[in-house]
Design a protein around this ligand. Sequence first.
Ligand SMILES: Cc1ncc(COP(=O)(O)O)c(C=O)c1O
Length: 371
Amino acid sequence: MIYLDTAASYPLLPEVKVVLSDAFESLYANSASSHLLGEQVSDEINKVREQLADQIGAYPSEIIFTSGATESNNIAFKSLLLGNEISKDKKHIVTTQIEHKCVFAICDYLKSIGYEITYVKPNKDGIIEADSVANAIRPDTALVSVMHVNNELGTINPIADIGQACFDAGVLFHSDAAQSFQKTNIDADDLNVDVMSFSAHKIGGPKGIGAIYIRDLRKRHLMPVIHGAGQEDGLRGGTVAAPLIIGFGAAIKYFEQYYSTFKKKEIKEYFLSKLNQGKIKFSENGLNTLGHCLSITLPETDTETLVRNNENVLSLAQGSACSSKEIEPSHVLTSIGLNRELADKTFRISFPLDIEYDSINVLVKEILKHS
Ligand SMILES: Cc1ncc(COP(=O)(O)O)c(C=O)c1O
């Protein structure tokens, strides 16, 4: 199987598999236990907390482990807005039309309890412009949330400029970094972010683990999303998932190296040049995109038959990364002006880092056959 859907989930890295299995085997104690084994587990968790903090220029005390980016996004909105951190008079949120669906679900909930939401439109290249965000901010804006890299287009948003606009307006700024972490540089200060969401399974770590960065976490008055026995600074209850966190740490350690080797292969350029050689009509959606990800519309290709005839050979995503079985056209593609027909003829291709040129040749041959 040629797997071309790593933005949805990246296969477990071999190094992570070993670390994970060792951790399940030997680090079985509860990290809250005061005996030696418990303390060992707690130390290992805190090493990963330091490692993640180091990667993004934060303090370990500003990192909370969660079940993934969906939960982190829930914390970012609900813990900040429903705690005592922000004045209750401020009931306006600025986010964008191209966020992950979980952000829309959170905003729908907040709308049902009295919040007003502004969804900023991207430009035609799929980028959220800092000016558009700045113009949407009002005196009653409580929070701005703009994703770092879009999961369907791979476009990189100008987070530092957006963060600066939020800082100037005195509004807290959250960014969902599920798709950008370890694929592009992140420094919380340089990017002017206050809160950031992360997920391990997008970088070859295990599913069900992620993290949230919250600037000055200990000084804030946040509402827990999971009430529990005080774990993770009281913000996120439940026995801490030590082996998964340790696996996340291994993914952080190895993924970045693989990514820098991958960049040298220039796979995207190879793929596009092969399409050109085959005289296949296509257009690429989005500008300023990450190297492993592209959104491509093939207007003269029978994409439906292509997918059906290759279901045992190619794993291709049509529409959104995480809900590609939906029949509705992708909200991201429609927000940049694609109609239903073109959206249906669009693939989001996200390469694994060990992809071979031969696999790209197979893909191009199949596209050619159906064009
Ligand atoms: C941008 C973005 N945010 C959030 C998520 C959800 O992450 P998780 O599966 O860790 O909950 C995903 C992918 O699924 C994503 O691409």
